[in-house]
Design a protein around this ligand. Structure first.
Ligand code: KIV
Length: 302
């Protein structure tokens, strides 16, 4: 399989991501112009961004899942542009190689085109994002075209769009009927025609995602959309086992950090309570000549 670009090598750019779309006319030596699949993971803070970036992921997404995963909201709707900016800046500081994409939160692109462009510009200028992600398909044609005209690369997002939870009535798989599948395809084609460089397909049947992937010239990035997309995205906290409760069936946990963290914190509390932490080796010491001049602390002085 061709590898372009290598994980761990040069900076990932929007044209790199576009070039990862398999193309039967490609110069690749692989059959059907196969390309290496695109990897995308969410991050919301500096240490996570560093770890994920250094591990060689292609795209770091500061998703508005921030609201549910990190800020404790029960949907993504309350997330504000200022909250996004705060986290995008932190992720920017931890990211060297990956392409940094920031979600436009609910309300930041629903009032007017001018205001939407202004908000996207803030994510780029103040946050350091290299592209923005916008939920919605056919309804976003004008907006995506305006953002692209303003030199802001756009990642589309169709299928299950969590910002539409009130309209959809819940987080259900989209595209299960023939009409619904056609709508997913129309939405994906619309964002491509408007100028998006990639599109997230969320929670759609594998067969629908495979068909849409075949139809588009831009890469599809799946989440709950099966293995036939051109890339995959997962929420970092799901992937490392930091989310509580049931996760959707498409989540694969590659670590179980919740259990590790709980164990570490209980052990720390128990060691402090029993006097095992800190040890003498974990303490600073006075210079030898000063030691007898400093009275030992009696328990009544503590
Ligand atoms: O907000 C988010 O994290 C997302 C991804 C799950 C695609 O939109």
């Amino acid at each position: 399989m061709s590898v372009a670009p290598d994980a761990g090598s040069s900076k990932v750019t929007v044209p790199d991501i576009l070039s990862r779309k398999p193309d039967s006319l490609s110069s690749s030596s692989e059959p059907n112009g196969a390309k290496q699949k695109i990897t995308c993971i969410t991050a919301y803070d500096y240490p996570t961004a560093r770890l994920v970036d250094e591990a060689g992921v292609d795209i770091l997404l500061v998703g508005d899942s921030l609201g549910m995963v990190v800020l404790g909201y029960d949907s993504t709707l309350p997330v504000t542009l200022d909250e996004m900016l705060h986290h995008v800046r932190a992720v920017r500081r931890g990211t060297q190689r990956a392409l940094l994409v920031a979600d436009m939160p609910y309300g930041s692109f629903h009032v007017s085109l001018d205001e939407s462009v202004r908000n996207a510009v803030r994510l780029v200028k103040e946050g350091g994002a290299e592209a923005v992600k916008v939920e919605g398909g056919e309804r976003r044609i004008e907006l995506i075209a305006r953002l692209v005209e303003a030199e802001i690369p756009v990642m589309g997002h169709v299928g299950l769009t969590p910002q539409s939870i009130n309209a959809f009535g819940g987080f259900h798989v989209r595209g299960k009927t023939r009409d619904a599948a056609r709508q997913v395809e129309r939405d994906a084609r619309a964002v491509e025609a408007a100028g998006a460089f990639a599109v997230v397909l969320e929670s759609v049947p594998r067969e629908v995602a495979a068909h849409v992937t075949q139809q588009l010239r831009i890469p599809t990035i799946g989440i709950g959309a099966g293995p036939d997309c051109d890339g995959q995205v997962l929420v970092f906290h799901d992937l490392v086992g930091l989310t509580e409760g049931r996760t959707p069936k498409f989540v694969r946990r590659y670590a179980h950090l919740s259990a590790d963290i709980s164990r570490a914190v209980s052990e720390y509390c128990s060691d402090v309570r029993s006097g095992k932490f800190p040890s003498d080796a974990e303490s600073y010491h006075s210079a030898t000549e000063l030691r007898e001049k400093i009275p030992a602390t009696s328990s009544s002085q503590r």
